[in-house]
Design a protein around this ligand. Structure first.
Ligand code: COA
Length: 259
């Protein structure tokens, strides 16, 4: 599959999706969103893809936000459609049954910070900068940023970042819990691959159930504890649960099949 605004590669079960508009600091225009949805179809349907890294092309930016040049002619209705469509894409990332990690190189601003926050977790290069600068433009985040920033770093810190348009560096993001690791920029992709290699060695259906259950915390329409009970029960119907428990008792490494 070839794209105009993204590049992809697959190696050892890890699918790398690179937003590829470096001359625009990888800003998210409508073409990027359309191609992200195609990529999500591929991630879902291709059994060879076990997990995913999303990153940005070049050393300067992960993604510097929504493409501001598309905004000037928008009506209120068009803006609401864009917001809903962007949210829907990021919901697909958040609820993907395969782990998706953001490898944040440089600026993750506006829609870039929102994209990173929709991933299951984040790893930052030491040059990463996070922020929601929309109020500089008379806007607010439209792709879930007001919600996920509060979920991830707490209301007080999120409120200040949202209202001040301030930027935080990688170390502050680590201290806030927005990212799991900061590493030298040259080691970013290796770190992300190393973390995913560990995850890829586990039972895929159990991984998917972890994602579903943990995401239920933030869905007020479902009882997360009930989701967990159902997922726990379902795991007893899987070949991988039988293999995992048998392998433990036989003191050998489990061989999971995703069944
Ligand atoms: N939308 C569209 N184009 C963008 C963009 C965005 N969100 N962010 C950067 N670009 C473009 C710039 O217009 C510039 O294009 P040009 O060379 O054709 O003029 C190019 O990317 C490089 O950006 P530039 O501003 O020259 O780089 P810088 O190093 O001086 O500044 C930033 C970097 C990230 C601080 C600055 O680009 C910026 O503030 N971007 C907007 C961030 C934002 O508000 N995001 C939320 C959008 S809702």
């Amino acid at each position: 599959m070839t794209f105009n605004t993204l590049t992809t590669s697959l190696s050892d079960g890890i699918f790398i999706v690179t937003i590829n508009r470096p001359d625009k600091l990888n800003a998210l225009n409508m073409a990027v969103f359309a191609e992200l949805n195609l990529v999500l179809d591929e991630i879902t349907s291709n059994a060879a893809i076990q997990s995913v890294i999303i990153t940005g092309a070049g050393s300067k930016a992960f993604v510097a936000g929504a493409d501001i040049s598309e905004f000037s002619t928008f009506s209120k209705e068009a803006a609401m459609q864009l917001s809903a469509a962007g949210q829907a894409t990021f919901f697909r990332i958040e609820n993907c049954t395969k782990p998706i990690v953001a490898a944040v190189n440089g600026f993750a601003l506006g829609g870039g910070c929102e994209l990173a926050m929709s991933c299951h977790f984040r790893i930052a290069a030491d040059n990463a900068k996070f922020g929601q600068p929309e109020v500089n433009l008379g806007l607010i985040p439209g792709y879930g940023g007001t919600q996920r920033l509060v979920q991830l770093i707490g209301k007080g810190r999120a409120m200040e970042l949202l209202m001040s348009a301030g930027m935080i560096d990688a170390n502050t993001a680590l201290q806030y819990g927005l990212v799991n690791y900061t590493v030298p920029a040259a080691e970013l992709m290796d770190k992300a691959k190393a973390v995913l290699t560990i995850i890829n060695s586990k039972a895929p259906l159990a991984i998917a159930a972890c994602i579903r259950s943990a995401n239920a915390v933030f869905n007020e329409n479902v009882d997360g504890y009930a989701v967990e009970v159902a997922a726990f029960g379902d795991s007893f119907d899987t070949a991988d649960m039988k293999e995992g428990t048998t392998a433990f008792l036989e003191k050998r490494k489990a061989i999971f099949t995703g069944k």
